[in-house]
Design a protein. Structure first.
Length: 334
């Protein structure tokens, strides 16, 4: 689990990106490996990650429809690879089969690859070393998720913007080491969350823009390790906050555009490690100020498009340790 002061943004900042000469060095002295990297560079593929020595290729992310199955064949020259990404490529199920020849891959992404079908998910189910699997905006459905049940080392699974329904979560629940689950913008509802009742290792759950209500959140009450819960644009209300109050490790809570009111905020005072709270687009008003001031752990508080007055916002700025309070009254003071 991340430390309390960590952010959860998944991005890289390349202050001094390597040149192509440096990238070729990832192949070592092997001419075949150097030729393979040269071919990838000629296709504009520069998202290559070396190991600490700079002499071996640790990860590669292919992007763009020009990447086809034949461009993946050279991957077998790099058995040390641990991370492979396929984003919006022209790869088919045949290309996915090539990944079976990479014995050390534990991080894999197959996103927005429209030519990959459900047959490929059965292939992925044989990559039993996988720890992270990103299938966002893929063609996977409930049957495809069932094919992943054997990935018992999987700790992070992204299924956002896919065709899955609540039934898929029965298969997800079989992944006993799962810690991070993203199913936003899917057809998950309250009945689906019932399957996660015993997924006690979960510490991050992304449910925004689903049909989840308070009844669904009630199924999560035993997930005492939850650290990040994103419920933006769902139909949950104050009753869910009473459940959330039992998650003592809660760090980031996104309640934007939900039915939460000032009456539910008192429940958050029981969260000693709540670091980021997003209440934008809710019906909270000045009546919640006293309760929010009790959450002294807050470092980011967002209250845009709410009913709080300027006076209420100023009281929060005076009472809380953070000045990262975002509202309709301008940027936070520095």
């Amino acid at each position: 689990m991340p430390a309390d002061n960590e952010t959860t943004d998944d991005f890289w900042i390349a202050l001094d990106p390597p040149g192509d000469t440096e990238r070729l060095a990832y192949a070592g002295d092997d001419p075949n490996r150097r030729a393979a990297i040269a071919r990838w560079l000629a296709l504009g593929q520069r998202d290559l990650t070396p190991d600490k020595s700079g002499r071996q290729l640790e990860g590669i992310n292919f992007r763009g429809p020009e990447i086809r199955d034949e461009h993946l064949r050279d991957l077998v020259l790099f058995p040390e690879l641990t991370s492979v990404g396929l984003t919006a490529t022209g790869v088919t199920d045949v290309g996915v089969e090539i990944l079976l020849q990479l014995p050390n891959v534990d991080v894999l992404g197959v996103s927005e690859c429209s030519r990959v079908t459900n047959a490929a998910w059965k292939t992925l189910g044989r990559l039993t070393k996988l720890v992270v699997l990103d299938l966002e905006k893929s063609s996977i459905d409930n049957e495809g998720v069932a094919a992943l049940r054997g990935l018992q080392k999987l700790s992070r699974l992204h299924l956002s913007d896919t065709k899955i329904t609540s039934a898929a979560l029965e298969h997800v629940a079989a992944l006993r080491k799962l810690e991070w689950l993203c199913v936003e913008r899917t057809r998950i509802d309250d009945d689906g969350l019932r399957h996660l009742r015993n997924s006690i290792r979960l510490y991050a759950l992304w449910l925004h823009e689903t049909a989840v209500t308070d009844d669904g959140v009630a199924h999560l009450s035993a997930l005492e390790n939850l650290w990040q819960l994103l419920l933006r644009d769902t139909r949950i209300g104050d009753a869910s906050l009473r459940i959330v109050s039992g998650f003592s490790k809660m760090h980031t809570l996104d309640l934007q555009n939900t039915q939460v009111t000032s009456g539910g905020i008192a429940s958050l005072a029981h969260l000693p490690k709540l670091f980021n709270l997003f209440l934008d687009g809710t019906a909270v008003d000045d009546r919640c100020v006293d309760d929010l001031t009790k959450v002294q752990s807050l470092r980011t508080l967002s209250l845009k498009r709410t009913k709080l007055s300027l006076a209420g916002i100023e009281r929060l700025r005076t009472s809380l340790k953070t000045q990262r309070i975002f509202s309709d009254f301008g940027l936070p003071k520095r």
